[in-house]
Write a protein that binds this ligand. Structure first.
Ligand SMILES: Nc1nc2c(c(=O)[nH]1)N[C@H]1C(S)=C(S)[C@@H](COP(=O)(O)O)O[C@H]1N2
Ligand SMILES: [Mo]
Length: 209
């Protein structure tokens, strides 16, 4: 019997990336302060190099009606703790890309949060089926300090790549560094390769600072 005749095996538990330790509970970590949510003024925007050249936006009611999915994803903080075994529910980034298609030539996105926090991602990472605009963890709505009403979850990367209090996604035709990537953290942030700091970057890993 050939390999292709077998039932696919479930993916193995990836465990802890090098240099990380499992954290009990769920600490909240953020730069600055927790923004206050205002249902009347909140929106989520997609701007930059969209296919239509128009900005897209959803108010809170419209955002709540978007397609939803659940993914499993560990949260690896670059300060070396990992919160394992989370189940996230929210809007797949891929669904946002369908609703607000990028123009040809878009290679990266910038995810923007309240107060100007930002994180850059390659478009293919953003489009990955596990990347989620998460509203719930383990079935419960995010609390304010964990990003209510919505945060980005990028399970394969260090957690700073997932802005809490997400407000916008910018489509870009070239890479540009986000908040921590400008302040000494690695442009790519793969925890399995321990890409923690920008001094570890190889030529081509990111734009010059
Ligand atoms: N808006 C915003 N999002 C953010 C941060 C932040 O400072 N501001 N910190 C990041 C970092 S470094 C980590 S480790 C995770 C922490 O998520 P948690 O507080 O829910 O554990 O949020 C990420 N998202
Ligand atoms: Mo972090």
């Amino acid at each position: 019997m050939g390999q292709s005749d077998r039932e696919p095996l479930p993916p193995p538990d990836p465990g802890l990336p090098p240099g990380q330790r499992a954290q009990r509970g769920w600490p909240a970590l953020y730069y600055g302060s927790v923004p206050r949510f205002n249902r009347l003024t909140w929106d989520l925007q997609v701007f930059g190099a969209t296919a239509s050249a128009e900005k897209h936006s959803w108010d809170f009611a419209a955002f709540t009606a978007l397609p939803r999915a659940t993914v499993h994803g560990d949260l690896h903080c670059v300060t070396k703790f990992s919160v394992l075994g989370n189940e996230w529910t929210g809007v797949p980034a891929a669904a946002l890309l369908d609703l607000a298609p990028p123009a040809p030539g878009v290679t990266h996105v910038m995810a923007w949060a309240e107060y100007g926090y930002s994180a850059n991602l390659p478009l293919d990472v953003f489009a990955d089926g596990r990347t989620l605009l998460a509203t719930h963890r383990d079935g419960e709505a995010l609390t304010a300090e964990h990003g209510f009403p919505v945060r980005l979850i990028v399970p394969g990367l260090y957690a700073w790549k997932g802005p809490k209090w997400l407000r916008a996604v910018e489509y870009m035709r070239a890479d540009r560094r986000g908040f921590w990537e400008e302040r000494g953290y690695h442009n790519l942030a793969d925890p399995w390769r321990e890409q923690r700091y920008s001094h570890q970057e190889e030529p081509g890993d990111g734009p010059l600072r």
